[in-house]
Design a protein around this ligand. Structure first.
Ligand SMILES: O=C(O)C1=C[C@@H](OP(=O)(O)O)[C@@H](O)[C@H](O)C1
Ligand SMILES: C=C(OP(=O)(O)O)C(=O)O
Length: 430
């Protein structure tokens, strides 16, 4: 039985919250902590389902990881060559990041692995990592000629390459960099726009030799990485639900503390400010090589804008909730260059068009985005999550401005990235 929840409109969001740790950084902290020499401690680790898939996979490869209370992890690194062949298939659950990054890493190990995932992940494209890794000498098999998981990986010796990716994808870039740690010669990755650079920052933080220039990154093979103390900032992709919620509900004033504002991730702040949103960054600081701030947000009248190009890459996971903001803005919002949304946990363009229309929004799907005409208010109704955490939480935000109750079906998926979302929402809404 899937769980559903009914929400009513809010009279304003008030107070202060801290959102859980960044999902991308949490994945990478386990991966690099496991490959490093010595102990890595991770503070503020996100205990979402996706990150737990990564954690269990590394435990299955012999890494000793202790989970302390409050999201503190202690990882006894096994060094670059210390992973062991797992006795069973590794289950990446719903997590594309786990599967794609681990494909790169496992391609270079001296053992055999099989990666699988849930029904959503097994539908997602994998050739984007399988093809360039094969150019490095990797031996990987999958369904549909290597396009779909399960993937079987027979680790082998790799050569570095210079790869020009057709898509801006941090998962592709990171898979190649992880493989490049072990390759003979340098590995360089160029992408059309700079995707999130958490791997580059964390590799450098763990002592790797890596250079960024001319829109690309180059990594030299590494003799060793050093265990570190990692502080994980709050996830801007999780904060985004509360930023939009506070903007669209008149009378709101909310402080979201300790949010990662890495420029390769902060597109949602730029987009919401361009829409007229009153968002202020306070107390900007640095945590383990990542910029962080508190964000003060107040209810605002939003207007439609045109979004495309690198702004899409810098806000890629936030489009479901940005489309909710646009549905309630004055005028038209046009989102282009966002075809990647069609191959996430679900087709996020089709899902948001369908569910927002149920609530009376005026939204049209485009091949590579959406055209949204703002309306004054949404109506009540019954909407689905499509098994996608970001769709479920976006519909919860939409419900705060609906004239009648909204029932969201299948909400369990929010545990993928934001296990305490519903509690935090309850805490700040009136
Ligand atoms: O590297 C990462 O941690 C991620 C990269 C992005 O995917 P793509 O690399 O497919 O753009 C993003 O959508 C995903 O949520 C996390
Ligand atoms: C796309 C996402 O994650 P992943 O690709 O890791 O499944 C997401 O969290 O929105």
């Amino acid at each position: 039985m899937t769980q559903s929840l009914t929400l009513t409109a809010s009279g304003g969001l008030r107070g202060e919250i801290t959102v859980p740790g960044d999902k991308s950084i949490s994945h990478r902290s386990i991966m690099l902590g496991s490959l490093a020499e010595g102990t890595t401690r991770v503070h503020g680790f996100l205990e979402g389902e996706d990150n737990l898939s990564t954690l269990k996979a590394f435990q299955a490869m012999g890494v000793d990881i202790i989970r302390h209370a409050g999201g503190m992890l202690e990882i006894q690194g096994r060094g670059l060559h210390g992973l062991r062949e797992p006795g069973d298939v590794l289950d990446c659950g719903n997590s594309g990041t786990t599967m794609r990054l681990m494909t790169g890493l496992l391609a270079a190990q001296r053992f055999f692995t099989v990666l699988t995932g849930d029904q959503y992940l097994r539908r997602r494209p994998m050739k984007r990592v399988v093809e360039p890794l094969s150019l490095m000498g990797a031996r990987i098999w999958g369904r549909d000629g290597g396009e779909r998981a399960p993937l079987a990986i027979n680790g082998s010796a790799l050569q570095g390459i210079e790869y020009r990716s057709a898509i801006a994808s941090a998962q592709v870039k990171s898979a190649l960099l992880l493989a490049g740690l072990y390759a003979q010669g340098e590995t360089s990755v160029y992408e059309p726009h700079l995707s999130r650079d958490h791997s580059e920052r964390m590799l450098a933080f763990f002592g790797a030799d890596l250079r960024t220039r001319d829109g690309g990154v180059t990594l030299s093979p590494q003799p060793r990485l050093e265990g570190r103390e990692v502080q994980v900032p709050g996830d801007i992709s999780s904060a985004a639900f509360f930023l939009v919620a506070a903007l669209i509900v008149p009378g709101s004033e909310l402080l979201v503390r300790n949010v990662g504002i890495n420029p390769t991730r902060s597109g949602v702040i730029d987009i919401l400010q361009q829409m007229g949103g009153d968002l202020r960054l306070l107390d900007e600081r640095n945590l383990s090589g990542e910029p962080v701030a508190d964000i003060l947000v107040r209810g605002s009248s939003l207007r439609g804008i045109v979004i495309g190009g690198d702004l899409v890459t810098r806000a890629i996971d936030e489009f479901p909730v940005i489309s909710v903001a646009a549905a309630l803005a004055e005028g038209t919002t046009l989102i282009r260059d966002a075809q990647e949304l069609r191959v996430k946990e679900t087709d996020r363009i089709a899902a948001m068009v369908k569910e927002l229309c149920v609530l009376g929004a005026r939204v049209e799907g485009l091949e590579d985005g959406m055209r949204i005409e703002g309306v004054a208010d949404l109506q009540g109704g019954r909407v689905g999550s499509h098994g996608d955490h970001r769709i479920a939480m976006s519909m919860a935000v939409a419900a705060l401005r609906a004239r009648a109750p909204v029932t969201i079906e299948d909400i369990g998926c929010t545990a993928t990235s934001f296990p305490n979302f519903w509690q935090l929402l309850e805490q700040v809404r009136k």
